[in-house]
Design a protein around this ligand. Structure first.
Ligand SMILES: NC(=O)C1=CN([C@@H]2O[C@H](COP(=O)(O)OP(=O)(O)OC[C@H]3O[C@@H](n4cnc5c(N)ncnc54)[C@H](OP(=O)(O)O)[C@@H]3O)[C@@H](O)[C@H]2O)C=CC1
Ligand SMILES: CC(=O)[C@@H](O)[C@H](O)COP(=O)(O)O
Ligand SMILES: [Mn+2]
Length: 355
């Protein structure tokens, strides 16, 4: 397989699964963490390596290493692997998703931004979702009439903070997720609840359904629920680890034990909370976004600019959602007719939010 983003949180978990199931790794793609990459090269012996920057080429212990976005696309095109794990973060992941599908490969998709920004131009039949909630929904599917689908949210880093302290929280506090160890960008998305907005859009594209909602479950043990027409609800319960979703997305099925089962006596109790707009201002546009998935490219571009500014200490935490809400309001008319339009709109929104 090909692993895009091998040095990140999902990438490292993917290689844990490759090790456990003895899977061949043909290509590794990473950014700037060359030390971790070199260890991965030593262990998995890939044929080809791609990194982000020309400046780091000399540090990589491999004879066939190239750099940059075009090199990622070329590596996909020139590979024989049937599966691409896309664990890149952000809009950067879109072109590789499109290229992999065009080359007839299956995409084990962690990069939810691909679907958020361009769901209508992506062949969903070529995707296997890695996102834990969508894996959970997929796991729960039965040949029965579905009424609605629910994903859970942890509530993020500030779920228990007093509301009047949110304006002054630090980057370090924002990166302190209660249940998951993930990359910085998604951890901030989780704190603002934008991650859950993205996940509702992702579910809409993957399962062709609009009756979707999210609820906070503070232990991240229940990942997804389906309400069936007959009045019953099923829930996907598993310990908070990405290895199970990744194993299924790559292997299709899995009968070996990947995780310890949840010990309900040890868990003792679960707590559910409503997602309140006062704490998560982005939730104000949930219905607008679900009724108009074309806005995904706008929300994503604004959010990427805003999260990057927050992590660079240029704006406060509450400004992240403010920037996204302002952009969605300003660009609420956009409708991409072609995939090229997606790249244009993305650029336009970024320029607006940067200025
Ligand atoms: N982490 C999780 O548990 C979950 C993540 N996801 C989604 O999965 C995706 C990845 O998330 P996560 O693993 O947390 O993110 P990380 O930030 O941990 O990892 C991102 C990966 O992308 C690489 N990368 C960044 N920029 C470039 C570039 N220009 N060229 C090549 N490689 C690059 C990084 O390289 P380097 O580190 O070497 O710079 C790293 O390997 C996101 O879309 C996220 O929303 C979804 C569900 C759960
Ligand atoms: C592990 C995973 O799938 C993440 O998307 C997770 O859901 C993020 O945590 P939140 O529930 O806090 O958004
Ligand atoms: Mn998720």
């Amino acid at each position: 397989m090909i692993v895009l983003g091998s040095t990140g949180s999902i990438g490292i978990n993917t290689l844990n699964i490759a090790r456990k199931f003895n899977l061949n790794v043909e290509v590794l793609v990473a950014g700037r963490n060359i030390e971790v990459l070199n260890n991965q090269i030593k262990e998995f012996n890939p044929k080809k390596v791609v990194i982000a920057s020309k400046d780091d080429l000399h540090k990589v212990n491999h004879d066939d290493v190239s750099f940059g976005e075009d090199a990622i696309l070329e590596a996909i095109e020139n590979s024989t692997s049937k599966t691409v794990v896309n664990a890149l973060v952000g809009f950067l992941g879109l072109k590789p998703t499109l290229k992999a599908i065009k080359c007839g490969k299956k995409v084990a998709l962690a990069n939810k931004e691909s679907l958020v920004v361009a769901g209508k131009f992506i062949d969903k039949a070529s995707l296997s979702p890695i996102d834990s909630e969508h894996f959970g929904l997929w796991y729960l599917l039965q040949d029965k009439k579905i009424d609605s689908m629910l994903v859970t949210a942890s509530g993020g880093s500030f779920r228990d903070y007093p509301l009047d302290s949110l304006a002054n929280v630090s980057i370090k506090e924002a990166l302190n997720h209660p249940n998951w160890s993930m990359g910085n960008k998604i951890t901030i998305d989780s704190a603002t609840m934008t991650n859950k907005m993205f996940e509702l859009m992702e579910a809409a594209w993957l399962f062709d359904i609009r009756k979707l909602d999210a609820v906070i479950e503070t232990k991240s043990l229940i990942h997804a629920l389906i309400n069936f027409k007959d009045g019953s609800t099923t829930a996907h319960i598993a310990n908070a680890s990405m290895q199970l979703p990744i194993a299924y997305a790559i292997l299709g099925k899995c009968d070996e034990q990947v995780l310890e089962p949840v010990d309900l006596v040890e868990v003792a109790s679960l707590e559910f909370r409503k997602i309140e707009q006062a704490r998560y201002p982005i939730w104000e546009i949930k219905d607008e976004i679900l009724n108009n998935l074309d806005l995904g490219v706008v929300l994503n571009a604004a959010n990427e600019v805003a999260v990057s500014k927050f992590l660079n200490n240029e704006i406060g935490f509450l400004d992240v959602s403010k920037i996204s809400l302002d952009a969605v309001n300003k660009f609420n008319h956009v409708k991409a007719k072609t995939i090229e339009d997606i790249f244009e709109i993305d650029k336009e929104v970024r320029n607006y939010c940067e200025s």
